[in-house]
Design a protein around this ligand. Structure first.
Ligand code: NI
Length: 200
C-alpha cells in the first residue's frame, strides 16, 4: 500500500495535472478524488458499530464532527502496535488543544483475545484519549475489509498465536470520509503532529 504523505500532496497534484498516467495512478489516493487503496477497487472506510473497552456500543456515526485517527492491531502484539499507538499518543500530545477534535481509535484484529476487559487497561496505557474497539470475529473482519486491512493468524509453538496484520494509521474526516493515511511509524511524533495540524 502506498503511503500518502500530506507534505507531498501539492507536488503530486501538480504532477497529476501534467501527466495523465500519473493522475490515473495517484488520484485514487488524493482526498476527495478516488479515495481507494492500491488496487483501485476498494474505498477506504465505511460505517461500523463495535464495542468499546467499557462494553458500550460505539458506532462510527458517534464520531461525526470529529476526526477519527484509526489504527488496527492487537494488544498481544509485541512491537509494531505499541510503537504505533505511542506515536499516535505523542503526536496528539504535541497538538495541544487541537487534539480535542481528533479521536484515536484502536480497533482490534484479534477479537478472540481482545475483549473489552482486556482492551481497557491496554488502551489506557497510551493515555485517556484512546478508545479500544472490538466485536465478534466476523464483524471485525468486515470492518478491517472496509479499510483494506489484512489480518492472519500465525500459530506459534506451544499453542499460542500471533497476528500478522497491516499497520496503517488512517485519518477520517468529521464527515466520516477518508482523509489520508500513514503506514510508516518511523514518521515520528513531530512529523505526524505537523501533518495532522495541516489537515485538521
Ligand atoms: Ni501489531
Amino acid at each position: 500500500m502506498r503511503r500518502l504523505s500530506f507534505v507531498l500532496l501539492p507536488a503530486a497534484l501538480i504532477a497529476a495535472l501534467i501527466g495523465g498516467y500519473f493522475l490515473w495512478h495517484l488520484s485514487d489516493n488524493l482526498p476527495g478524488l478516488g479515495r481507494t487503496v492500491e488496487t483501485g477497487t476498494a474505498r477506504v472506510g465505511g460505517p461500523f458499530t463495535l464495542i468499546d473497552q467499557n462494553g458500550a456500543r460505539r458506532s462510527s456515526a458517534d464520531f461525526r464532527g470529529r476526526y477519527m485517527l484509526i489504527y488496527f492491531g492487537y494488544s498481544s502484539c509485541p512491537d509494531v502496535c505499541p510503537t504505533t499507538l505511542s506515536l499516535m499518543a505523542d503526536a496528539l500530545d504535541k497538538l495541544g488543544p487541537r487534539a480535542e477534535k481528533i479521536v484515536p481509535l484502536f480497533i482490534t484484529i484479534d477479537p478472540e483475545r481482545d475483549t473489552p476487559a482486556k482492551l481497557k487497561p491496554y488502551v489506557a496505557s497510551f493515555g485517556p484519549r484512546f478508545i479500544g474497539l472490538t466485536a465478534d470475529l466476523a464483524t471485525i473482519k468486515k470492518v478491517a475489509g472496509l479499510y483494506g486491512v489484512y489480518l492472519k493468524k500465525e500459530p506459534l509453538e506451544g499453542g499460542n498465536y500471533a497476528m500478522d496484520h497491516t499497520s496503517v494509521i488512517y485519518l477520517m474526516g468529521p464527515d466520516g470520509k477518508f482523509v489520508g493515511y500513514w503506514d510508516d511509524s518511523a514518521i515520528g511524533p513531530d512529523k505526524l503532529a505537523a501533518e495532522l495540524r495541516k489537515v485538521t
